[in-house]
Design a protein. Structure first.
Lengths: 124, 180
């Protein structure tokens, strides 16, 4: 009977650990939605201005970043841009903690080259 | 205290150490459900551009399919599933070539051009076409997908596209129709 109680208590201990690990694995990251929406608005503003397509086709990251800064949506944030086509990405994602990500799909400029323009927003 | 109770206390202690010892680091975040409308609007604006590029390069059907396929792969990385059906109306020598394509929506696309009906069957992720004779400068078209019909009047001398798409993530669905 003593051994059976020890077994039950060991099983309970194991279940506590497993439940904790499972809880960690399923934890979703809660991010303020405002930063994502801000990124979307910034990208959309540059797109509607009519310059995003040509800069993206030319992989001109600095021009896109300047245009995004000029929208005024990046007040209080830092930002960077990468452009990815079907095989390769130009630019690097930031290493900071707490990074928000927005993106826009482009079909190409004069030629068919589908790509994703990714805007990263972060604080120092 | 019994040994088993030490096991339970030890497990709780280890879990507490781990919980307080790990700093919560949020790296690249999952986008909230609100961005699906943004993606849908993006596709609504960009698919016609893809078609234009394809027309200029004389490969409109392949270009539209290539862009939609890329879009599906890209939004999938955000946990969004994209399904779509589209029909491209290409003027060819006094006729209209209706080319249907799809992403994960196989089936028969009903196309009625000025009273002439043609069912275009498309398998998964494939394209298929049918030719309709048109003699007027404009033609009426009805596209039927999954029992729902869309009506439009299109120019005979212009390449046009109609598409219906669906974005789904975690029970949230956004649908969009595109005509250009």
């Amino acid at each position: 009977m003593k051994g059976q109680w020890k077994t039950v208590e060991s099983v309970i201990a194991g279940m506590v650990i497993l439940m904790f690990v499972a809880g960690l694995a399923s934890t979703s990251v809660h991010v303020p939605s405002s930063a994502d929406a801000t990124g979307n608005r910034a990208l959309d503003a540059v797109y509607e201005k009519g310059v995003l397509r040509q800069y993206a086709a030319a992989k001109d990251l600095s021009s896109i970043e300047s245009e995004i800064a000029a929208t005024g949506y990046m007040s209080g944030y830092n930002h960077s841009v990468t452009i990815c086509n079907q095989t390769v990405c130009v630019g690097t994602a930031p290493e900071e903690e707490n990074v928000w990500r927005s993106s826009l799909l482009i079909s190409g400029d004069e030629y068919h080259e589908p790509m994703e323009v990714i805007l990263y927003i972060f604080r120092n | 205290m019994r040994k088993g109770q030490f096991f339970i206390i030890g497990a709780i202690f280890i879990c507490a150490l781990f919980f307080f010892g790990v700093s919560p680091v949020m790296k690249i975040s999952k986008s909230p459900a609100d961005d699906m409308n943004f993606i849908a609007d993006n596709l609504q604006k960009e698919l016609p551009h893809a078609l234009n590029i394809g027309v200029n390069s004389s490969v409109p059907v392949d270009t539209a399919y290539g862009f939609m396929n890329f879009s599906r792969d890209t939004v999938l990385s955000k946990g969004v599933a994209l399904e779509a059906v589209w029909v491209i109306f290409l003027p060819i020598n006094g006729s209209i070539n209706a080319s249907a394509g799809n992403l994960d929506m196989p089936g028969t696309v009903g196309v009625n051009v000025s009273g002439t009906y043609g069912g275009i069957y498309v398998g998964v992720d494939s394209v298929n076409s049918s030719v309709f004779a048109v003699s007027e400068p404009v033609f009426n078209v009805t596209v039927t997908v999954s029992g729902e019909s869309f009506h439009a009047t299109l120019l005979t001398n212009k390449t046009s596209i109609y598409s219906t798409l669906s974005l789904e993530r975690e029970g949230n669905t956004v649908r969009k129709e595109i005509l250009a």
